[in-house]
Write a new protein. Structure first.
Length: 511
């Protein structure tokens, strides 16, 4: 609308000027070196306009002639750019479809047309990766890392290649440099964080997490910080219990329902005599996630308590979540220790139709303790061998007997979940095959040898429950363009031996 108004104003001004000159005619006389020219004002104005138009036309022709080399060069460059763009597009499509020969062909064409283009470097690197030329891909990524416009992409490629060949130090160095170059890169921050966690540098991991606080969702930040603080507290438990306690309490404030944090903080508070505060933390976590670690922490809240005192605390804890299997297992465990066998059987009765391994083991112990019925106990032990598995700490197919802050397989932070592991992937302990019992147990009469057709019975509880075996490793399958992550040779620290801190017979590991 404004442009239309401006146009109308200009046209009106020109019309007014022409009308003004037409209504006021006049003569113009020019005398130059004896030449006299007489004309009207209108004719003179028209002649001047025509002269200006001719001069502009002549200048335009001269300018076009002078600029013709540059114009033809720009046109040629544009055509080459269009052909290079088409080659890059087709090359990337060929890489996506896995056509190695086509990818090489288009990469060669791009190198001929536009070798210095960033996308040309990317096409060369990916075609080299697709064809298995790791050295060629690394050369291209190093060239990209030397340029300011492609440095983050080059560092990412070098990081991936370092992971492929298992060079953790180089991968961490590239990730550190990428994080310094572009702090907003999520992969670099995550890689540096995982590297520091793998090295046990919990203070450095916390500092890095705090530096990226604004780029992370607040709920995720609080959860990850709580996990790192818990790991730092566990690492400092043996050397500096005061700092360990401070770290654990800070972690509880950030994630009060995180089971390992609550259990560890509750134990440290109980050791310091703060029993009520410890119970509040454990109760809050138990309401959100009933877990055997929390039940164990409540049962062992005060060293040297009698079995009935422990039972009283567990009854209060189980009453908060009465319909949960963990409540039933905790009640049964403490009632067996308190010699309340009938109530222990009542607690487990709703779950006997489809018992898990832990329920079968508790029933075997109950049969021995209450009735001294070795036959029924062996029957339950035999059922435990084929019973449904119980939930366990699982991460990336790796099953551990205790919580770990990072996954030993992928290095992910906060990867462990309490759930039933997938069978057939990785087992925390191999399946225990029943061994043939001694001759004195194979037959009801010790003086008779065991019959050949007699089925071997499972061993006693002390033999059926060996010490936890190391977690087996599973090498992940290699993918064509995803960095290979190898499980460490050391599958993780051994299980904690807390038997010296627990009262005798208070809370058995079979629970």
């Amino acid at each position: 609308m404004i442009r239309v108004l401006v146009y109308l104003i200009i046209v009106g001004c020109l019309a007014y000027g022409v009308t003004l000159l037409a209504e006021r005619p006049g003569d113009v006389v020019v005398t130059w070196q004896g030449l006299r020219i007489e004309t009207s004002l209108m004719v003179l104005g028209a002649a001047i306009l025509a002269l200006v138009a001719v001069l502009v036309l002549i200048w335009s022709l001269i300018r076009a002639i002078l600029r013709s080399p540059t114009t033809f060069a720009n046109l040629r460059r544009h055509r080459r750019g269009v052909r290079a763009y088409e080659a890059i597009s087709n090359g990337l499509i060929a890489i996506g479809t896995g056509d190695i020969s086509a990818a090489r062909k288009f990469a060669a064409e791009v190198n001929r047309l536009a070798p210095a283009e960033p996308l040309a470097l990317l096409l060369n690197a990916q075609s080299a990766q697709l064809s298995g030329d790791r050295e060629g891909a690394e050369r291209v990524f190093r060239a990209m890392a030397s340029r300011a416009d492609t440095k983050p992409l080059g560092l990412h490629g070098l990081f991936v290649e370092a992971q492929r060949r298992g060079d953790g130090a180089a991968a961490r160095a590239f990730a550190e440099e990428a994080a310094r170059t572009a702090p907003a890169l999520s992969w670099a921050g995550r890689a540096v964080l995982e590297a520091r966690c793998a090295a046990g540098d919990w203070a450095g991991a916390l500092a890095l997490l705090d530096s990226h606080k604004n780029a992370i969702d607040q709920a995720a930040y609080r959860r990850q910080r709580a996990v790192l603080l818990t790991a730092r507290a566990l690492a400092a438990e043996g050397s500096d219990r005061d700092n360990a306690k401070a770290f654990a309490l800070e972690a509880v404030k950030l994630a009060p329902t995180l089971v390992p944090t609550a259990a560890f903080a509750g134990r440290l508070l109980a050791e310091g005599g703060e029993l009520r505060r410890a119970m509040r933390i454990l109760n809050k976590a138990w309401l959100a996630n009933p877990h055997p670690d929390l039940a164990r922490a409540v049962a062992e809240l005060r060293y040297g308590d009698a079995a009935r005192d422990r039972l009283k605390r567990i009854e209060g804890l189980a009453g908060k979540v009465p319909a949960n299997v963990e409540s039933a297992l905790a009640l049964a465990r403490t009632r067996i220790d308190a010699q309340q066998f009938a109530k222990a059987r009542t607690a487990l009765e709703p779950y006997l139709a489809a018992p898990t391994k832990r329920i079968c083991l508790l029933m075997a112990e109950l049969e021995r303790a209450e009735r001294n019925d070795e036959g029924r106990a062996r029957e339950w032990l035999a059922r435990a061998l084929n019973a449904a598995p119980d939930p366990a700490w699982t991460a990336d197919g790796y099953v551990s007997d205790r919580w770990l802050p990072v996954s030993p397989v992928s290095g992910r932070l906060d990867a462990f979940e309490w759930r039933v592991p997938l069978t057939g992937i990785v087992s925390a302990a191999p399946v225990i095959e029943p061994e043939p019992p001694p001759a004195a147990l194979a037959s009801e009469r010790p003086d008779e040898p065991p019959r050949e057709d007699e089925t071997p019975k499972p061993p006693a509880e002390a033999e059926a429950l060996p010490a936890p075996a190391p977690v087996q490793r599973l090498e992940p399958k290699a993918e064509p363009v995803i960095p290979l992550v190898h499980a460490p040779d050391d599958p993780g620290p051994d299980a904690d031996d807390e038997s010296n801190r627990r009262p005798s017979g208070a809370w058995r590991e079979t629970f």
